[in-house]
Design a protein around this ligand. Sequence first.
Ligand SMILES: NC(=O)c1ccc[n+]([C@@H]2O[C@H](COP(=O)([O-])OP(=O)(O)OC[C@H]3O[C@@H](n4cnc5c(N)ncnc54)[C@H](O)[C@@H]3O)[C@@H](O)[C@H]2O)c1
Length: 403
Amino acid sequence: MSKFYHLDDVPVPYRAVSASSIAMEHAVWDSLEPLPFDGDLGVGLIGCGWVAGLQLDAYRRAGIRVGALCDRHRERAERYRDLYYPQAKVFDDIDEFLAESDVAVVDIATHVDVRPSLVEKALRAGKHVLSQKPFVEDLDVGSRLAALANEVGRVLAVNQNGRWAPHFGAMLALVRSGLIGSVTSADFLVAWPQDLVVEAMPAFATMQDLILYDFGSHWFDVVGLLAPQGELSVWATTGRRAGQVIPAPTQANAVISGDDFMASLTFRAAERFEEVSRYRVVGTDGVVTHTGKHLGGDTVVVSTRSGQACIDISNNWFRHGMTGSMRSILNAITNGTQPSNSPESALRGLSLCFAATGSAETANVQRAGSRRTRSGTEAAVPDLAGESVAHGTPHDDWRSTRF
Ligand SMILES: NC(=O)c1ccc[n+]([C@@H]2O[C@H](COP(=O)([O-])OP(=O)(O)OC[C@H]3O[C@@H](n4cnc5c(N)ncnc54)[C@H](O)[C@@H]3O)[C@@H](O)[C@H]2O)c1
């Protein structure tokens, strides 16, 4: 018998709504209502590194059942077993891990250079798969993985956890509910000292696309969800600023436009005063706004002709982000539907992100989807089964509080 967990059983992303009318309050709560999920589906995780710790902590609090942990460094899997899931089985061999019958969903939290072949292997072993982001470094590899999941009849989803970070999650839910009508514009500003965070990590400190890709991919992902269907074009530029402590550019702007739609992203990643993150998402019938720190704040405000509502939110990006992403795939498996974090949806955001880095390099406007790989060169991964080559992907021993 399946056990269903409800909002009361998980740390809540949305704490209260104060609205100018009861009708408005109900409309907002109805938009935010989270879905229950099947807590009996067994999850196994590959890649017990830095981000996996955040995932397992969030899953444990939410009542998600993790029964197996795998890392090629066995002691890392043992450490997370001891910290989060004392009953979990530990593996350092992928084939033995995949043979574990209790694992219905494989959560893959390795770096992207080795991930596509692991995703393929898990799908072919009959598992459902949640892939960490960035999903792929080559859009065509991503499409082939999506097609493979359909072919073998398994659910593949991407851990685009930013979609469930409370300040983004509330806004996306309000938009999805139709409360603000059709989205016409979306403008985002983030100002914070990311250069200080990665100063001692050369792989990140020298990464040319640190801001538009390593950090900004979550913002492009959100814009990909807000933008109307159809062609999108992207213009972007990057630069340095006096006083920054890393070689990589820390300032970036991107403008995304489509039919009756325009979005802008402004990143200032070497700021020293007044850290801030803001957005203003405007629709034909209303607007959603937020001001907080770089990973979110305490309030989201929605205004429509019917009035205004303030949603009191948690500012814990990772806990709610990781839980939301996993709940989405568990729901899809239980209900036989596509997850909202489907590979296709993740590829839209990535295509915007790659177009932005291409635009910044060439000083030209780029059509989303025209640049197929992160580097702009031909496929980095020759085929799903082959050995992959990373585009400057940091080695797997990097530890940090980077994003
Ligand atoms: N906001 C986010 O969602 C977020 C935040 C940080 C990192 N990430 C992403 O998560 C991924 C992992 O980042 P990290 O910082 O946790 O990396 P990490 O280097 O700390 O951990 C990776 C782990 O995977 C293991 N591993 C690698 N190949 C393996 C294999 N074939 N079989 C078994 N284990 C294997 C390594 O031993 C290591 O323990 C990256 O793609 C990164 O971009 C996402």
